[in-house]
Structure formats: C-alpha cells, structure tokens
Ligand binder design. Structure first.
Ligand SMILES: NC(=O)C1=CN([C@@H]2O[C@H](COP(=O)(O)OP(=O)(O)OC[C@H]3O[C@@H](n4cnc5c(N)ncnc54)[C@H](O)[C@@H]3O)[C@@H](O)[C@H]2O)C=CC1
Ligand SMILES: O=C(O)[C@@H]1CCC=N1
Length: 277
C-alpha cells in the first residue's frame, strides 16, 4: 500500500463511495481520505469508516495530494470555485464528471493567463465498488509521467484502465462503460421478467439470469475465439437460439444498443457546452 497517497473526494456520493471501497486498504488508509460534501447525511456514512469529513472546503484539502471531483456536472463549477483557494501547485486533480471537458476544468481551476493543467479526466463506472470497474483516462499536458502512474495505480485498484487522447474519446468511454452497467442491468431485468412470464419463480429466474450473464462474460474474456464464433456455438440450426436471435436481429437489437450509446455520447457533448463557461 502506498502510504504517501492522500486523497480528497469533493462530492461523496455513489461514485466516490464506489471508488473509495476499492482504494481504501489498497492505495491508502481511511485516515488518508478527506471528504467534502454539502450533505451531512452523506458525510456521516463516510465518518464511520474513519475518513475525515467536512461540509465545506477547509485546510485539509490543501494537504491532500490527489483531489477527486465527484459532484454532478451541474454543480461542479460551484464546487470547484469553493475548493480553488486550497489548490496547491502540486495538487493533482482528477475529475470523474461526465461531459465537463479538460479545458473547461483547466480554466475553472486556473486563471486566464495561467490555466491549471495538472488535471486528469477519468470516466469510471460503479462496478469499481467490487474492484471490477472500467475507467477511461485523459491527461492534460501538465500531468507528469509520475502523476499518470499515481492515477493509473488508483484506478487499477478498482478495475481495468484505458488511456485516451481526447475529450471526445472520454465521451465515448462514458457512453460505453460509464453508463454501460445500467444497460446491462436493464438487460438482466428483462431476462428475469421473461423467465417469470414463462413460469419460473423470481429467485430461479434471477439466479439463472445472473449466472448466464456472468458465465457468458467470463467465457468471452477467457476464450481466444471471437464473440461471433462463441455466439454461433450456442446457435443450433433450426433450434431455440436461432428463433430468439431472429427476433433480436429483426428488431435491430444491435442498432438499438448503438442508438442508446449515441444518445449518451450526445448528452455528454451537450453537458460540455452547457457548462463550458
Ligand atoms: N454514478 C455513476 O455510475 C457514474 C457517475 N459519474 C460521475 O460522477 C459524478 C458523481 O455522480 P454520482 O456519484 O452518481 O452522484 P451523487 O449525487 O451520488 O453524488 C454527488 C455528491 O455531490 C454532493 N455535492 C453537490 N454539490 C456539492 C458541492 N458544492 N460540494 C461538495 N459536494 C457537493 C452531493 O451532496 C452528492 O452527495 C458525476 O459528475 C457523474 O457524471 C461518472 C461515472 C459513473
Ligand atoms: O448518468 C450519468 O450522467 C453518469 C455518467 C456515467 C454514468 N452515470
């Protein structure tokens, strides 16, 4: 465990909790984590874990090397402006907010003549809670190789990591893996409802649906064969799977998934222009 790493979460909600669950004990101790959140009930949940907490930015912020900005995009500018007086030259800032570009963050944290550039944009996802997350990372030019290593090690503690080169690619990561768990949960809910409609009870349907999605995912990850080949292996000519896939293809299931991803990507771009000032 890296004892040197000190972290401040600005916003202590769902995603901050998911990240902390993976980081505390692996990359830092609970006492190395400081949480700023305007909601006292949220802070009470953190305090029982042994982190320090505050409803408003305070001196503790100045002593935390890594800041993780984890408030909703709509409230991010206000939170950043409140925290800015505590920013140090060597503070490394990671923003997980959807849609807020690195350039916008840089102008909020710096000044017109001196933008702050020790910023990494990160798009994680909630399976980080169990160490099975997936994150995309984008570094501004002011981020050193050592800083990149620090952020990479943090995010590796909670799952897979991919570096990208542009804000648009972070928006694509958002549409795929950031929002993706929700698509998968909807799919599992549909499988369970389908099982119940065909006569299984809820427990049976849930057990089978979860094992199917987990099993298929693990098989795809471990197999050297393509997804297409794995799919074809399930699909007997004239059999049950072919009947089901005919319905999914004729209703354009792949296209529907891609339309959903495009909506997420477009929304990220909208957030970017809504909050760019
Ligand atoms: N939930 C998810 O699956 C993912 C969320 N994100 C991003 O993470 C960020 C946080 O999302 P969630 O954790 O889901 O939201 P959340 O609503 O659970 O947490 C946000 C927290 O920020 C606090 N807050 C609001 N204004 C504040 C301020 N001025 N200072 C300090 N705290 C303040 C709220 O009280 C709340 O506890 C968002 O920007 C979102 O785009 C990114 C990837 C995945
Ligand atoms: O829905 C959202 O805007 C956030 C970003 C990715 C997942 N949740």
């Amino acid at each position: 465990m890296n004892q040197e790493l000190t972290i401040a979460f600005i916003g202590g909600g769902n995603m901050a909790s998911a990240l902390a669950a993976g980081l505390i004990g692996k990359r830092c101790g609970a006492h190395d984590v400081h949480v700023i959140d305007i909601n006292q009930a949220v802070l009470d949940r953190w305090a029982v874990q042994g982190t320090t907490v505050s409803q408003a930015p305070d001196d503790m912020l100045a002593r935390r090397r890594l800041w993780i900005l984890a408030v909703k995009p709509q409230y991010l500018k206000e939170a950043v402006m409140q925290c800015r007086p505590f920013l140090q030259e060597d503070t490394l800032v990671v923003s997980i907010a959807a849609g807020i570009s690195a350039e916008t963050l840089s102008s909020w944290l710096g000044s017109d003549d001196k933008p702050f550039t020790r910023i990494v944009r990160c798009m994680p996802n909630t399976p980080a809670l169990i160490g099975a997350g997936a994150s995309g990372l984008l570094a501004l030019p002011g981020v050193s190789e050592d800083d990149k290593t620090v952020v990479q090690q943090c995010m590796r503690a909670v799952g897979e990591v991919t570096w990208v080169d542009t804000d648009a690619q972070i928006d694509a990561v958002t549409a795929l893996s950031g929002s993706g768990p929700a698509y998968v949960f909807l799919f599992i809910e549909a499988l369970i409802q389908g099982g119940i409609k065909q006569g299984l009870d809820e427990d049976q349907a849930r057990t089978l649906a979860l094992a199917t999605v987990t099993g298929a995912t693990q098989l795809a990850a471990l197999s050297h064969e393509s997804l297409q080949i794995l799919r074809e292996r399930v699909t007997s000519k004239g059999g049950t799977t072919a009947a089901a896939l005919d319905v999914l293809q004729s209703q354009n299931f792949p296209d529907i998934v891609q339309q959903a991803m495009l909506a997420a990507y477009t929304r990220a771009a909208e957030l970017s222009s809504e909050f760019a000032q």
